[in-house]
Unconditional design. Sequence first.
Length: 88
Amino acid sequence: MKVAVWDTYVQREDKTGTMHFDILVPEELSDPKEIRSFGTEYLKGKPFKTGEITMDKCLFCHVERVPTHIEEEIKRYGYTIIELSNCE
């Protein structure tokens, strides 16, 4: 499966810095508002407060193939998140 990778940055309100994560969605999905909603849903599950996702900090990056376990998660939920830095 090919997925679109949306590179995303969000400021943490606890002053520990900026979160960096990728939102992976099916390649054909390109609605920035829908993709931002996936990121917002992910942030609700964090035990700390964050700023909002803005479209200038959530940008399409590239398309790539993913392993089967990530493909299954995207098929089940419509997206998946890859945490890159300052997400815990």
